[in-house]
Design a binder for this molecule. Structure first.
Ligand code: 1CP
Length: 369
């Protein structure tokens, strides 16, 4: 396949627009489905490609990233969207930080942010951080993947939310307590806001350029939202999530692009569902701590809801999966309006791919009934 510059590519017509219609709140024949981390470590075909490659090298190689993105689409005919193979930590890299992916451990920053003085060393949008240059490989991967998809299903782009990225940049990796990142919020509130704003500026441009390159819907992952109290969430996360939902469509208009549906997934922030339904996103992702019917009552038709089976149900066998899927689809009102099937968080490495296939088939069945 020829690599066409992302901004000049044209794409084959879309044959399955179920997820785009559901995101816009339209009545659909059955709920669309995809799962977070659908391209990843539970798939043997992923490990085949992964062997002999560094994780970020795979992200930076459009041919490999597009191959991995397509793996679940080729395996499961029930999937209604592909999500580009990349990572949320490409933004800190574009801002000048070194991030490594350590086998079996996860991301590692050899030099995390220690004090507010370190923020000044970061490259900011237009001041050392040229998004089209630093993240050009993501745009090329999106364009190539969109061509390889040939209109089968829409292609999703994504970013990490400012708070979640700030947490990684200060902790230097995952954490159980987030003591360092959270202490910044209390010790250096103004510097924290400045850092969050710098990340947001890069995130807005990055997300808009993903759409230019071929993303047909986008998701913002605030994986560590649940670490914050409602007060800190409002101040240090939600305000930036709102900026993103407002500024991305504005930037797309400047770039002469149509807007695309936007999803926010603030894991653990169940207390903020009401506010998230009013934060400018079309879709709100839910983790498994929500009761579907309760969440639907709160959303009250304002947004489409996405989720929310505990990924660990996939370890419970077919009867457990069947029971959970039936209950969840019923909870979301049958799924023909305002609902996108997903898990409450990413599919985990130990899941049997056949059990995920069973989950999708059951959703297809109950969602079509
Ligand atoms: O199908 C897909 O979803 C593929 C693309 C994808 C996405 C959307 C990957 C590939 N990562 C992500 C997002 C991502 N990355 C998030 C947000 C979603 C979530 O909450 O899970 C987060 C928090 C990360 C950071 C990250 N990257 C972690 C988590 C570590 C921690 O602190 O708990 C890990 C383990 C990674 C590596 C990674 N990213 C993606 C894959 C397939 C892998 C595994 C890498 C490997 O092969 O070793």
């Amino acid at each position: 396949l020829l690599l066409i510059p992302p901004s000049m590519a044209t794409f084959p017509p879309l044959q399955n627009d179920l997820i785009l219609r559901a995101a816009r709140g339209e009545q659909v024949e059955r709920p669309p489905m995809w799962v977070m981390r659908q391209a990843g470590r539970y798939l043997p075909e992923y490990h085949k490609v992964r062997a002999g490659h560094d994780f970020f090298e795979m992200c930076r190689t459009p041919e490999i990233a597009s191959t991995i993105t397509l793996q679940p689409i080729e395996r499961y005919e029930d999937l209604d969207a592909a999500i580009i193979f990349s990572d949320i930590l490409v933004i800190p890299q574009a801002m000048g930080m070194v991030v490594e992916m350590v086998e079996k451990k996860g991301p590692h920053f050899p030099e995390p942010l220690d004090t507010p003085e370190d923020v000044a060393k970061l490259k900011r949008l237009g001041e050392g951080c040229d998004v089209k240059k630093e993240l050009g490989y993501v745009f090329e991967a999106l364009t190539l993947t969109r061509q390889k998809l040939a209109g089968r299903v829409p292609l999703l782009g994504f970013i990490g939310a400012p708070w979640t990225l700030m947490a990684y940049m200060i902790e230097g990796g995952g954490s159980k307590t987030f003591t360092k990142a959270k202490s910044w919020l209390f010790k250096y509130p103004e510097d924290s806001q400045k850092l969050l704003q710098d990340i947001t500026d890069v995130a807005v441009e990055f997300l808009a350029q993903q759409v230019v390159a071929g993303a047909q819907m986008v998701q913002v992952f605030d994986s560590w939202a649940g670490e914050l109290s409602p007060v800190e969430f409002a101040e240090f996360s939600l305000s930036y999530l709102r900026q993103i939902s407002k500024r991305v469509p504005e930037r797309l208009a400047e770039l002469g692009q149509e807007r695309v549906p936007m999803t926010v997934f603030a894991k653990g922030a169940w207390y903020a569902l009401e506010a998230l339904c009013d934060s400018g996103y079309n879709v709100v992702g839910l983790d498994w701590t929500h009761d579907p019917a309760e969440a639907r009552k709160i959303a009250n038709g304002r947004v489409t809801l996405q989720g929310n089976m505990d990924p660990n149900v996939l370890y419970g066998g077919k009867a457990a999966i069947d029971k959970a899927v039936k209950r969840i689809v019923e909870g979301f009102g049958g799924g023909k309006q305002g609902y996108i099937v997903n898990l409450g968080h990413g599919v985990t490495p130990g899941v049997n791919p056949e059990d995920l296939g069973f989950f999708l088939r059951k959703n297809h069945e109950y969602g079509s009934a």
